[in-house]
Design a protein around this ligand. Sequence first.
Ligand SMILES: C[S@@+](CC[C@H](N)C(=O)[O-])C[C@H]1O[C@@H](n2cnc3c(N)ncnc32)[C@H](O)[C@@H]1O
Length: 212
Amino acid sequence: MSGDVRRLAAGYLRDGDPTGWFEPLYAEAGAGGAAVPWDVPEASAHLRAYPLPPGEGRRALVVGCGPGRDAEHIAAAGYATTAFDISPTAIELARSRHPDTAVDYVVADLLDPPGEWRRAFDLVLESNNVQALPASIRAAAIPAVGTFVAPGGTLLVLAAAAVTGDADGPPWPLSRDEVDAFAGDGLTIVSVERTAAPGSPLHSRWRAVLTR
Ligand SMILES: C[S@@+](CC[C@H](N)C(=O)[O-])C[C@H]1O[C@@H](n2cnc3c(N)ncnc32)[C@H](O)[C@@H]1O
């Protein structure tokens, strides 16, 4: 993450608003200023490498969807897909980038989600979001993700396990204990893999699969 993005985040973190920096970052980027570090053209390579179960007749939820590349990948696999982000500008961007999309893009807060999402989705993707949240709200954010998973559904967690040369986040890599903590609220772990991602600043990564 660039120094500019870290400085922006640091100001909001100091003021006790740990998610406040996302909206101004997207807004500045839209105005031609800052670059959003995770705004890349393709769906995550780690998501593309995951063999998605068939999506027809199933619902998916993408947490912290940003500009929507991962949500579009999941929708293309046949899932009726909802994707949400706390940043209204990110949601506008996702809609404008994908004018013919089948994805329902929604502004929502992981820490205060719509009640009807509880246990409603056959597939839930959490990719690179919790690692952008400081310890102060992780204890609430991690179990919130699992609440969306329907009985028999799957939660896929993709996250940094280590980053290059960084003491200060964001991102703050997840510990194995934090990965295991996604298994609250009746979820069980199917697999947890730690893989290398050569060439990426997030050079070691978690891929965890859970089910209810
Ligand atoms: C580091 S980015 C990752 C974006 C995307 N998942 C990806 O992998 O490219 C974190 C995203 O989570 C969103 N976000 C942060 N806190 C959130 C919250 N409490 N509820 C919903 N979205 C949130 C941010 O606006 C941002 O788009």
